[in-house]
Design a protein around this ligand. Structure first.
Ligand code: TYM
Length: 332
């Protein structure tokens, strides 16, 4: 690989990505390919920390892989692979688990949220999830990790784990930095704009899926919760409008001042329709490209096989060095 900084990021294969995944993370990954060495992965091992239906999971993993490509990730430029194809992540995870404290993991807000949502399945994998995430990143000694705001706490823990390992065993891991965009790092629910947009929301109108058709997208935006005023402007307390303005700004490239001018004197109905149409039009090429890619299973297989080989070439070396550092006996 060329001598550039290294980017790593991953996404869970939950069917199709949400507009939050897209705006907060995936959309930003393609442009980074020009200036960095990029490694992106479908985090299928993370996905089984909540119950999954095996046949559906398998389909979702392939869909997610194709969708990343449809969002502009080029498997020639970047290393694009499926997490479970690189067993090094699980190997490194074990070492890192032994360098992660119970107290640290108990403080993770995502663990607390998910435990509340699934009280019948608070499994050890859900608890140690951030350590596996640290393994993903540290296996490649990534410099930067592009994510949405909700992953910031996990990233801070990854840094702490890396730092602790370095103190115990001598400097080895690069301390990863979060790479979080200014506008759109937290896309909110369309039905409750104080909550983040999430696929697991019970109300299907709360969340846009990037493979939703134009009619569905427009309909969901028309139903978006706003406020009792009638002014399109970005202001504290106008969570619904602020969220719609953020989304509109990202997909059209317009700044807030020109959006306010565009909708001055117009009602929320016009604004919501414009946002819905702009989002649907913006996502149209992604949907078309996805349909093309998912039909070509042989090409997808070639890409993820090569991606896994390239990921393994790097991460195997990391794991061997880590094993040596902790005092295991070298096999070769
Ligand atoms: P995941 O699959 O939940 O989300 C993937 C990416 O989408 C971002 N995101 C959002 N951004 C803005 N607004 C939203 N409403 C929104 N919802 C999700 C997330 O911040 C994330 O960047 N644990 C990770 C996957 C992972 C990972 C890693 C990430 C596994 N290993 C190593 C980075 C590095 C996760 O569950 O993301």
């Amino acid at each position: 690989m060329e001598d550039k900084k290294l980017i790593f990021s991953a996404i869970q294969p939950t069917g199709t990505f949400t507009l939050g995944n897209y705006i907060g993370a995936v959309r930003n990954w393609a442009p980074l390919q020009n200036d960095y060495n990029c490694i992106y992965c479908v985090a299928d091992m993370h996905a089984i920390t909540v119950k999954q239906e095996p046949a559906k999971l398998r389909q979702n993993i392939l869909n997610s892989y194709a969708l990343l490509m449809a969002c502009g990730i080029d498997p020639e430029k970047s290393i694009l692979f499926i997490q479970s194809h690189a067993p090094t992540h699980a190997e490194l995870n074990w070492i890192l688990c032994c360098n992660t404290q119970y107290g640290e993991l108990s403080r993770m807000t995502q663990f607390k949220d998910k435990s509340q949502k699934h009280p019948d399945d608070i499994n050890a994998g859900l608890f140690t999830y951030p350590s596996l995430m640290a393994a993903d990143i540290l296996a490649y000694n990534a410099d930067l990790v592009p994510v949405g705001v909700d992953q910031k706490q996990h990233l801070e823990l990854s840094r702490n784990i890396a730092q602790r390992f370095n103190q115990r065993y001598g400097d080895f891991f690069t301390l990863p930095e979060p790479y979080i965009i200014d506008v759109g790092a937290k896309v909110m629910s369309l039905q409750d704009p104080t909550k983040k947009m999430s696929k697991s929301d019970e109300n299907p109108n709360a969340c846009i899926l990037i493979l939703d058709g134009k009619d569905t997208i427009v309909r969901k935006f028309k139903r978006a919760v706003t406020d009792s005023e009638a002014e399109v402007c970005f202001r504290e307390g106008k969570d619904g409008i602020n969220n719609l303005m953020t989304i509109y700004s990202v997909v059209t490239g317009k700044d807030f001042a020109s959006i306010e001018a565009e909708f001055a004197g117009k009602g929320y109905g016009d604004f919501k329709l414009a946002v819905g149409e702009a989002v649907a039009d913006h996502l149209e090429p992604v949907r078309t490209e996805f349909a093309r890619l998912i039909a070509d299973k042989a090409y997808l297989k070639k890409c993820y096989t090569e991606g896994a080989e390239r990921a393994m070439r790097i991460s195997t070396r990391t794991v061997a060095k880590v094993y040596h550092k902790v005092g295991f006996v070298d096999l070769k």
